[in-house]
Write a protein that binds this ligand. Structure first.
Ligand code: ADP
Ligand code: MG
Length: 546
């Protein structure tokens, strides 16, 4: 279809707004254009978090010489024409806004060749005005180069995070598109380093192995295809393979990467009772629906979708995943009672604001999970994992404050496979992690060797612990918050698990250490470490007082 400028009645129906707010959104728009152009190979290059340079090269249809300039007009698109087209969008783009918005925010060059043309067209734009135009040879396809993004928008520039954070966003974005388009070969080079490379062989498992590592890919379960509408396909993790953040949930609707609380809920609800509180699955879920059944014109970035019949979508996704999980091998770790269960009304989670803890006498252990203790104020039920987490958390922060972190070298280094995003985080935070006692050395493409850990840390599954740790510090935060995140992550990994029986001596030691902490009544995540039944309540329940 030729590129036309949309009629104003169509324009008025398009959700208005800015599409370019950070380097990753430029990459998103350019990659979507390449995919819409039917490319089977897409290479992305970025420098300095994309601020200095972004270049996207594809082998798609290209733009014919007579159309190139028009592509930079606002609301110029080859993808829709009339109002009715808006109801059946099958392309990723349709708004005709991206190229002009990008050209308004940066210096842009395009070199493109369509099959009808003998030579390619080169166009250079500065502040959205054509600075140069000539003919150059190139094979069919398009290369768009964006330089000095936001140079004339100092406020925008100021609000951008560090180059590493922006690179992390770009790496995550490309990973998501690679997961959705397994038949397309993606390459991502960040600051001269090949960060992501997929084969484009059409196998989702292979892309998962590239993005999340072979270990994860091997364990993922396939959602079996049915003929139902909506169609649901993809891979989900068995309950034994969970993560501490939701950033491993990827949702696509007709292969468009979307944010959808509905799909997140449907997926997590399928794991109901199978995962510990705070744990989330890894999932790559694509929902296919006839275009009239959804509205993607909700937000200019097209990341939100509205389903015509959201109830059916929710149920179909939830049931499809439940069916896969029913066949999954049972989880290896004992999860204990889900701590989200609300306490019966007679138990009060009282006094989380009171800091100190009276001296307690251990009475025994309940369900290999709780320590029963008696104090001057009645009965205390202590969650052993949460209590131990609190103890370790404060120990780590104290050692850190005194710069006295104890380190243990690993006899056998642990091999880690990081996601592109995690690698960006590691590169930025390597020094900080070193201060906490971690020693990681590069070992091939996105592989690292873990050679030392803080002495406080339990060995166990260190690969998972480091992965969780890197995810938890991915967002830029002030140093004290960030230190707490690291301490939380180490404490959570190292604390005694629910389901582990403790002897009286161990229980007494744990309670003693808990008594000495600054905030004994909550775990580092803010959940209670104990519930308390006061002597008064006991008397009342037994009808001893009026
Ligand atoms: P939209 O994608 O919403 O149509 P854009 O501003 O992103 O709007 O692009 C405008 C037009 O330029 C597209 O409709 C398409 O015809 C053309 N175009 C942009 N990028 C490419 C590309 N990589 N390959 C082929 N055509 C492209
Ligand atoms: Mg577009």
């Amino acid at each position: 279809m030729p590129i036309r400028i949309l009629a104003c009645e169509v324009v008025s129906k398009i959700a208005a707004g800015e599409v370019v707010d950070r380097p990753a959104s430029v990459v998103k728009e350019l990659v979507e254009n390449s995919l819409d152009a039917g490319a089977t190979q897409i290479s992305v290059e970025a420098q300095d978090g994309g601020v200095r340079l972004i270049r996207v090269t594809d082998n798609g249809s290209g733009i014919s010489a007579s159309d190139v300039e028009r592509a930079f007009h606002r609301y110029a698109t080859s993808k829709i024409e009339t109002l009715t087209d808006l109801e059946k969008i099958s392309t990723l783009g349709f708004r005709g806004e991206a190229l002009p918005s990008i050209a308004a925010a940066a210096d842009v060059e395009i070199l493109t060749k369509a099959d009808v043309d003998t030579a390619g067209t080169y166009l250079q734009l500065k502040s959205n005005n054509i600075a140069k135009r000539d003919k150059r040879s190139r094979p069919q396809g398009t290369t768009v180069t964006v330089q000095h993004l936001f140079r004339n928008f100092p406020v925008r520039l100021k609000f951008l995070k560090s180059a590493t954070t922006e690179s992390g966003h770009i790496a995550n974005l490309l990973s998501q598109y690679a997961l959705a388009f397994h038949e397309v070969r993606f390459n991502l080079v960040l600051d001269g380093r090949l960060t992501l490379h997929t084969s484009g062989n059409g196998s989702l498992e292979d892309v998962v192995a590239e993005v999340y590592g072979l270990e994860v890919a091997k364990q993922m379960l396939k959602i079996s295809k049915t003929d139902q509408v909506p169609g649901v396909s993809g891979l989900v993790s068995p309950p034994s393979l969970a993560r501490s953040s939701r950033s491993y949930l990827s949702f696509f609707v007709n292969r468009r990467w979307v944010h959808s609380s509905l799909l997140a809920r449907a997926t997590e609800d399928a794991y109901h009772g199978l995962l510990m509180t705070g744990k989330h699955p890894i999932a790559i879920v694509n929902v296919s629906l006839p275009p009239p059944e959804l509205d993607i014109n909700v937000h200019p970035t097209k990341r939100d979708v509205k389903f015509l019949n959201s109830q059916i979508v929710y149920i179909t996704v939830q049931k499809s995943i439940e069916k896969v999980l029913a066949k999954a091998p049972p989880p290896e770790v004992k999860t204990g009672a889900p701590s989200s269960t609300p306490p019966p009304s007679l138990w009060t989670v009282k006094g989380t604001e009171t800091v100190s803890l009276p001296i307690l006498r251990v009475v025994g252990q309940l369900a290999s999970n709780y320590i029963m203790a008696e104090g001057p104020e009645g009965l205390y039920l202590v969650d052993q994992h949460a209590a131990h987490e609190r103890v370790l958390f404060e120990k780590i922060l104290t050692q850190r404050a005194q710069r006295k972190i104890e380190i243990q070298g690993l006899l056998e280094p642990v091999n880690l496979e990081l996601t592109p995003k995690q690698e960006e985080v590691l590169k930025k935070k390597a020094e900080l992690l070193g201060e906490f006692g971690f020693s990681l050395e590069p070992f091939g493409a996105r592989s690292y060797l873990l050679k030392a850990i803080p002495a406080i840390m339990r060995e166990g599954n260190l690969a998972e612990a480091i992965s969780t740790l890197l995810d938890s510090i991915a967002i830029e935060e002030e140093p004290s918050k960030r230190d707490e995140k690291i301490a939380q992550s180490v404490a959570c990994h190292s604390a005694v698990k629910a389901g582990h029986s403790l002897n009286p001596e161990e229980m007494r030691e744990l309670i003693k250490q808990l008594e000495q902490t600054k905030q004994p009544r909550t775990c580092p995540h803010g959940r209670p470490t104990m519930i308390h039944l006061s002597s008064r309540q006991l008397e009342k329940e037994f009808g001893r007082t009026g």
